[in-house]
Design a protein around this ligand. Sequence first.
Ligand code: PLP
Length: 434
Amino acid sequence: MTNRKVLWKPFTANREFNADPKIFVKSDGMYYFTDKGEKVLDAVSGLWCCNLGNNHPKVVEAIKEQAGSMYYSTAFQIGNEPELELAKELVSITPDGLNHAFFTNSGSESAESALKLALAYHKAMGNGSKTMLLGREHAYHGVNFGGISVGGLVNNKRTYNNLLNVAHIPTIFDLKNNAFTKGMPENGADKADSLLDTINLYGAENIAALIMEPMAGSGGVHVPPKGYLEKIAKICKDNDILLIFDEVITGFGRLGSAFASTKFGITPDIMTTAKGLTNGAIPMGAIVASTKVYDAIINNSKTPIEFFHGYTYSGHPIACAAGVATIKAYKEEKSFEKVAEISPYWEEALHSLNGTKHIIDIRNIGLVGAIQLEVSKDGIGAYGDKVFQECYKKGLLVRATADTIALSPAYIVTKEEIQTIVSTLKEVIENLDS
Ligand SMILES: Cc1ncc(COP(=O)(O)O)c(C=O)c1O
């Protein structure tokens, strides 16, 4: 018997996992293969990251090639070619005005970096009192101290608390008015007004930035109501509060445009990314800053190193090579267009579950979906976990956060595979009590 206790798994019920571990040994496109020889259809792109499907041959090739020529060079004071190439590729698809890429190694690090950049910006502009950071309820910005502080999920805070000077605006989640909405809800733009209340409470002169996911992902897939983001952007601009869009999930085509910012037509001051940047092949993240932010810090700096921040693996050559191959593949395969093309089919398929026992809401946008289950008599998360376990037994990988089943298949998903996802979920959910 293997001693599994040598391994401590993240965001996992370790005791339960060790009693019956689920192990993947191989992957190919939309599928994983387990150590028991089973085939599992991946309805979540790994963890919202393998957008092109797993083991994309061009990404694999790029990694091999870079590893053979130089797998590491120092991030500080020395450059490498793949990092510049990736910066160019990245800003070629970001919205106009977001032109300066800074590399990290994960979504969590991207969030930290963006928050620090916002503080550095206001210092550089001579507004040193602007130090407070705003987030939103239900938000997920990774697990580091900045991210959990501006984040809005209680389980991420319970043990660790808020260490930063933060405040939160309310969630956009509104089951009462918006249940079973297809795409963007009509109701709720007025929720943006609460940002004004927060500003009036703390003073614009004290607030540095608001970070938000344009579409909240890990907190339960909450699609912004029509007009909401426009209002938020205007209030931020009027009050000299930087707007940071966390596009770790929504970036790289998930909503059918290169970024959510592109889809919604709103350009933040700073954007954070990770996951789909390398198609999940190598851990990597990036923040992309506007020229306003970049110039303020670079031009006004009184110290030789303008932004005193960075990681050993910022701009890691292999990660960057994977990123370049990934973005080129997105372009060559017209991946973002494919998402836009298939999303009406996805929407109809998901909403065909409306009326199924235990389902109290279905949400979707682009190639993202969420099925909200009622809370079982066994407590919050019991149904969600059961759906995850039962789907897995039937060869389907979904993601359960509490009682929300989140879905985000790779962009290569076929209509037949969408039908398999939906019919498996229907069968499992209908039989939850049996
Ligand atoms: C919006 C958002 N930000 C940040 C993160 C954290 O990314 P990572 O797990 O790579 O640190 C995630 C992860 O799901 C995310 O969804």
